[in-house]
Design a protein around this ligand. Structure first.
Ligand code: MG
Ligand code: MG
Length: 248
């Protein structure tokens, strides 16, 4: 069952989403060589709390921190640590905030200082794949339309599409129905209706699509240890398109 949000719920989801977008904007200038992922996590958590919200991921399924911060070959679910970011790294920061019981969820991958051309293109093309996926959304479209557009874009650039992890509905839970895979066939899957709220989140790899989980039981890395990028927005399905709730 995919929930259609009431006007009141949509208002709260807009506020939660704005807090997530603002948190990304707030931490972006700090993403420089020498900062640790734990410092970034703490900056984000303090900011989220200052906005009157709580970090959605802290304690979710037992996750220890406010943000998932994943560097280079780490795809998602990286645990903040004393690891210092280095010039040339790419870092994916996944932020969730809960405001009055409703969540926003957005991940973004950032360059650390000057990065290689292939990393720069990976970031650019994964962001493009996110917007290609979003472009399929409107009242009456189907979830498969989104994944089809994401993977079509990824294939164009010969990027690996992570299949084990998917986007999702968002509401009073961070992860609600439906699953929103980054692959699919047009006109298949659950029907999207005006008032639904979903997170679309391509995870694209420079090499193989294959991934595995590290011994910390959280961090997902690429099987060939080549870099991975992750771009995510939470959006409201509207009559003729979508409204980004987590915009910067
Ligand atoms: Mg996320
Ligand atoms: Mg998500």
């Amino acid at each position: 069952m995919i929930s259609i949000k009431s006007d009141r719920e949509i208002e709260l989801l807009r506020i939660a989403g704005k807090i997530v977008g603002d948190t990304h904007k707030y931490i972006k200038p700090y993403i420089k060589p020498g900062i640790t992922t734990m410092e970034l996590d703490q900056l984000a958590e303090t900011y989220i709390r200052k906005c009157g919200a709580t970090p959605s991921f802290k304690g979710l399924y037992g996750f220890p921190n406010a943000c998932c911060i994943s560097v280079n070959e780490e795809v998602v679910h990286g645990i903040p640590s004393n690891r210092k970011l280095k010039e040339g790294d790419i870092v994916s920061i996944d932020i969730g905030a809960c405001y009055k019981g409703y969540h926003g969820d957005s991940a973004w991958s950032y360059p650390v200082g000057k990065v290689s051309q292939e990393n720069e293109e990976l970031l650019k093309h994964t962001e493009e794949a996110l917007f290609e996926g979003l472009s399929a959304i409107h009242d009456g479209a189907r979830v498969g339309d989104i994944g089809y557009m994401v993977s079509k874009c990824a294939n164009k650039y010969h990027l690996g599409v992570v299949k084990e992890l998917v986007g999702h509905g968002v509401g009073s839970e961070v992860h609600e129905m439906p699953d929103v895979p980054n692959y699919g066939k047009p006109n298949t899957g659950p029907l999207l209706k005006k008032g639904m709220v979903i997170a679309v989140e391509p995870m694209l790899n420079l090499g193989t699509a294959d991934i595995y989980e590290l011994d910390d039981e959280w961090t997902i890395v690429t099987a060939d240890l080549k870099p991975s990028a992750h771009f995510e927005h939470t959006v409201l399905v509207t009559e003729d398109g979508y409204e980004i709730l987590t915009k910067r």
